[in-house]
Ligand binder design. Sequence first.
Ligand SMILES: Cc1ncc(CN)c(N)n1
Length: 222
Amino acid sequence: MPYQFSDLRDSCAGEWRDYIEHRFVQQLGDGSLAPEAFQHYLKQDYLFLIQFARAFALAAYKSPTLSDLRQAKDGLQAIVDTELGLHIEYCREWGISEEELANLPEARATLAYTRYVLDTGNRGDLLDLHVALSPCMVGYGEIANWLNSREATVRGDANPYDAWIAMYESEEFQDAMQAEIRWLDERLADVSPGRFEQLTRIFRDATRLEIDFWNMGLTLSD
Ligand SMILES: Cc1ncc(CN)c(N)n1
């Protein structure tokens, strides 16, 4: 049986659930999350996005084909030209200025996660890098879908975090998530059991680091 992305998720089912259904996510969904926790998360996510852009630059360097190179370039361009601008604007709505963002210290959870992804990509090949990025690229779309499936989730003006959910349920994000799953499914189909085991370790570590990122938001840790 060829491997698929869903096999990675299934092999780390406990960690994946802890990430998708994290207390931060639940509170975001029902609107009870402390605004300070969300602001701390948003600030660190700005720093995360900058490192995430570097990971796409690394993906370009690691690309063996023109099609992979174009995909990495489009990802880098989307973050630098669109996502970061939207994030700065969203932070402004939450009372965080661009100047404050530019001078933020990185929290340890941000450092650990982003440098882990970059190191994995540096040491390995393009597939290692994509697997390290996949909890980020797939997880948030799944989180939006999970929140929408829950009765406790509050949508609309009654939830101050509604715009966040809307961003990740958007057609654009959901399409990007499906494209990433298709890319991974194609590559994973050819790997040996030993190689799959290595990739599972990367996927598990990146998922655990996503959990730490939520914890960092909840506890305001630096
Ligand atoms: C930490 C984290 N993980 C995932 C995403 C969604 N790209 C994000 N913005 N930040």
